[in-house]
Design a protein around this ligand. Structure first.
Ligand SMILES: NC(=O)c1ccc[n+]([C@@H]2O[C@H](COP(=O)([O-])OP(=O)(O)OC[C@H]3O[C@@H](n4cnc5c(N)ncnc54)[C@H](O)[C@@H]3O)[C@@H](O)[C@H]2O)c1
Length: 395
């Protein structure tokens, strides 16, 4: 009886009177479902985009998943040097006769095909700059896995060319397109924490990449930390004046190739914000991805996501969730990879400007290179930024 005073009017009555609450916009899946239910807003006429996918390995497979089911995409070519895998690729993805498989030595055939408007590049890092350059010269739009080139000069050359030919070049920083990470940035930009005092990312890889991959990856700072550096800069919109790191190799084989597997990074920003990045090449409990932003008005953070968060197992000795966190990046960032492709396709069709800008990407590469030096020398690195390097958030 004590709570009878709180009894609400019938929800049916409330609905009849038009007072029913709207579905929360935060449920982006439901929002899309409602649009589909109402058949509104009708999407603009879907123009097909001819696409070539270069590289069908770990990253290429993630993009293949999204390319083959995308109604806007006509996958015309798969450029993959492992020719022995072609029959299986064709069969698994049910590629029709209008999708050709070629080796990279035949890239000119792809680039000469006027139907191809865009390339998705997911080949090993060392090949990126050459493919990006050839593709841009042929006036194709390019979606390129990080990093776009092996160094800052190469990255700048690629973006200069993209500007000259007027075609979009997207560096695939997929975490930006993750709904949780994007919301953290939005809340911070709306002032929820006030002026940021501390921003922290945790990024522990799973599964650990192969040694063959690590040998040509460019090192943990250029291959792995770039995602975190980009996240910190993207949230803060500021360039650090000093960066430092402690980098160790606890795995002998990683030590053997002159790389590091355990890294702490600090970034000192002129406004007073402090950045901290915690990196590991191997996490045995899954792909550990966290972001936390702290300031005088509060904290905004996003933790790990679980495949089946609703399931809990209760036994006399413990209460546990049935599944650990997502095992790998294709699972954890599935939404983000799909959304980054959509963003690129929109840019190809002139519907949006790229949100990952050349200045941002170049700044990330410059910081990653400085940190590689810092790890080798054990010294912090002061960074100078010219007017042409100041961050732009759209281009
Ligand atoms: N954003 C992410 O989450 C993410 C994750 C993994 C890898 N990557 C990036 O993706 C790129 C590829 O990495 P990966 O792990 O997929 O490597 P991978 O070795 O698994 O795959 C590369 C594929 O490209 C093929 N290949 C090699 N040279 C080629 C060429 N010149 N043309 C066409 N195909 C060629 C190989 O046969 C292989 O199938 C790297 O630059 C890496 O940094 C990004």
């Amino acid at each position: 009886m004590a709570t009878i005073q709180f009894r609400d009017p019938s929800p049916f009555l409330v609905r009849k009177q038009g007072g029913a609450p709207a579905p929360p916009p935060g449920d982006y899946v439901h929002t899309r479902y409602l649009e589909a239910m109402r058949l509104s807003p009708a999407p603009p006429k879907m123009e097909e985009i001819g696409v070539a996918l270069c590289g069908c390995g770990r990253a290429g497979t993630i993009h293949m998943v999204n390319l083959v089911k995308n109604p806007r995409v006509r996958l015309l070519y798969v450029v993959e040097d492992a020719e022995e895998r072609w029959p299986a690729i064709r069969a698994f993805w049910q590629l029709g006769d209008d999708t050709r498989l070629l080796r990279s030595k035949d890239l000119s055939t792809v680039l000469a095909d006027a139907r191809v408007q865009a390339l998705v590049v997911a080949t090993p890092t060392r090949s990126h700059e050459a493919i990006v350059t050839e593709a841009l010269r042929a006036r194709k739009a390019v979606f390129c896995e990080k990093p776009i080139a092996s160094d800052l000069e190469g990255t700048r050359r690629c973006y200069r060319l993209a500007r000259e030919v007027g075609r979009p070049l997207l560096c695939a920083f997929n975490r930006r397109f993750d709904p949780s990470f994007s919301q953290v940035r939005r809340e911070v930009r709306e002032g929820k924490v006030g002026h940021v005092h501390m921003i922290k990312t945790t990024s522990r890889d799973s599964p650990m990449p192969s040694l063959e991959y690590l040998e040509t990856s460019g090192g943990i700072f250029c291959d792995c930390a770039v995602h975190d550096i980009d996240m910190v800069l993207w949230v803060l919109g500021e360039l650090p004046r000093r960066v430092a790191t402690i980098a160790r190799s606890n795995i002998p084989e990683i030590d053997g190739i002159g790389d590091w597997d355990t890294v702490a990074i600090t970034l000192d920003f002129p406004s007073g914000s402090v950045g901290f990045i915690d990196l590991s090449r191997r996490s045995n409990y899954g792909y550990d991805q966290r972001l936390e932003v702290f300031g005088p008005r509060g904290m905004v953070s996003c933790g790990n996501e679980h495949p089946t968060p609703g399931v809990r197992i209760t036994t006399p000795d413990r209460v546990a969730t049935s599944a650990p966190i997502w095992y790998s990046y294709p699972s954890r960032f599935a939404q983000g990879y799909a959304r980054e492709l959509e963003h690129f396709l929109d840019a190809v069709q002139g519907k949006t400007k790229l949100s990952v800008t050349s200045r941002q990407t170049e700044a990330v590469v410059k910081i990653a290179a400085a940190l590689t030096n810092a790890a080798r020398t054990g010294q912090a690195v002061d960074l100078e930024w010219g007017p042409e390097e100041q961050l732009l958030e759209e281009e």
